[in-house]
Design a binder for this molecule. Structure first.
Ligand code: IMP
Length: 448
């Protein structure tokens, strides 16, 4: 994918659009957010931190962004890290340097919410320590976090003892916070001593970031009032949502569409479009239940063909068949206007394909609704519908309707079994590698 906006003839429409990962993250949101962002005035990340990774190709060069929205490459767009985000300052400065050959991040085009919370060296160390404890526990309860300090930073926030970004860049407020932590938290002072270089670096970049910090939410609301086009982009995915995901094997933020409104302080009524990004199969990194997981050569084939290795940690992703039970749930939770089915080309060449349409639980029998309990989900076996695959290259562009019959049947089966509308299908990493589906007009309008 490239960062130049794709042009369409549809006229500029105002509105607020939310783009959400519909599965366990890694749906390839980067490509589509970049595609849609072409027509936006403002692109705002609404949750997560540098646990996310968006891979982009800018002028033929691969750039992986963890925090800055890809809108930075579009020129003239405002990029926002909103209140619901947690920010790693040192990593953010490094990321600014990474984008520098292609785009300059300035206080005019990068707005850092003063309300966002700050990932500190302490939170990163705590994430590593807690994960090591969970790994060592006999219960095998490790979550497989990215060890970027995400969970501890959000914990600190909900405990109301976190460091907001507006306070981080204020030397007096930062000092007060450090002192409060020293007196309240066992081991904090010792950590500051033993990791002095990290803490010095942490403090040093504050001055550099200070000009970027603002009441970003007020600015976004003002822009919305002026009819500007706003894209709110999620990280991770619906099934990793803190409340609605497969708890405790989740991330620590609200990944779902509603989370965007909470983070930006935008009235839900103002939202004009909600789009989900799903893969045509399913992947998961980290631990947790995954009923359609394939631990055989078919799973290996999906991983190899789809290059399913984490953009942030490089970990191999667990791969499996498309799960319509989980997708119905994602549709219910988010209310998608449409879903983009990404990496559809990866399925070419498989003799048969499967979609889980229900689960079978040893005690509860047939389950059609995604269970709230991770233990129940872990015991579920998928009930599959099997489809004939297709061989040979698919068209890379054009309309979904032009697909060979087997491929089109598979998409229609996904729509029917999941209760979703597939508005586009991804056929490769390139910007133009997309098959356009039904009711695409609104999505296309966003991009113009
Ligand atoms: P954390 O967000 O680092 O706390 O990790 C919690 C869980 O979310 C782990 O299973 C991670 O693998 C998963 N996770 C976090 N970020 C991503 C992502 O961007 N894509 C996919 N999984 C993620």
């Amino acid at each position: 994918m490239t960062s130049e906006p794709m042009k369409h003839s549809t006229s500029h429409q105002s509105g607020i659009t939310i783009v959400v990962g519909a599965q366990w993250g890694d749906e390839g949101k980067g490509k589509w957010i970049d595609w849609i962002a072409g027509g936006a005035d403002i692109v705002a990340r609404y949750q997560g931190g540098n646990n996310a990774g968006h891979t982009l190709y800018v002028k033929g060069q691969k750039v992986v962004l963890h925090q800055i929205p890809s809108g930075i490459f579009h020129g003239g767009q405002k990029c926002v890290l909103a209140a619901g985000v947690v920010i790693n300052p040192g990593e953010l400065v490094r990321e600014m340097a990474k984008v520098a050959p292609f785009a300059t991040a300035t206080p005019d085009n990068l707005w850092l919410s003063a309300r966002a919370h700050t990932i500190t060296p302490w939170h990163i160390a705590t994430d590593g320590r807690r994960e090591a404890q969970r790994e060592a526990a006999a219960s095998g309860s490790a979550i497989g976090t990215t060890k970027r300090g995400i969970g501890p930073t959000y914990s600190e926030k909900t405990a109301r003892s976190g460091l907001r970004f507006g306070d981080y860049v204020n030397p007096v407020a930062r000092k007060n916070w450090m002192e409060a932590m020293v007196s309240a938290v066992d081991g904090f002072a010792a950590h500051c001593e033993s990791h002095k270089a990290e803490w010095d670096a942490f403090s040093k970049v504050a001055d550099q970031l200070a000009p970027f910090v603002c009441d970003a939410e007020a600015r976004v609301r003002k822009a919305a009032g002026e009819g500007k086009k706003i894209l709110m982009e999620g990280a991770q995915g619906t099934l990793l949502d803190l409340d609605h995901g497969t708890f405790p094997f989740v991330t620590s933020s609200s990944t779902i569409a509603a989370g965007a409104c909470a983070s930006l302080g935008i009235p839900p009524r103002a939202v004009t479009g909600i789009y989900g990004i799903a893969k045509a199969y399913l992947t998961r990194v980290g631990a947790g239940p995954f009923p359609t997981e394939l631990t055989d050569e078919t799973g290996d084939a999906l991983r190899e063909r789809g290059q399913e290795f984490g953009a942030t940690t490089g970990r191999p992703r667990r791969c499996g068949w498309f799960d319509a039970v989980a997708m119905r749930y994602a549709q219910d939770v988010n209310g998608f206007d449409g879903v983009i089915l990404n990496k559809f080309d990866i399925l070419s060449g498989m003799d048969e394909l499967k979609i889980a349409v229900a689960y079978e639980h040893p005690e509860l029998g047939r389950i059609e609704q995604f269970p709230w309990n991770a233990e129940v989900l872990a015991a579920c076996k998928p009930v599959y519908k099997t489809f004939t695959g297709w061989h040979g290259e698919l068209p890379k562009t054009g309309g979904i309707e032009a697909l060979p019959k087997a491929a089109l049947d598979y998409i229609r089966a996904i729509e029917k079994s999941s209760g979703i509308k597939v508005v586009a299908a991804g056929t490769g990493p390139g910007r133009d590698e997309a098959l356009l589906g039904r009711d695409l007009e609104r999505l296309v309008a966003l991009n113009s």
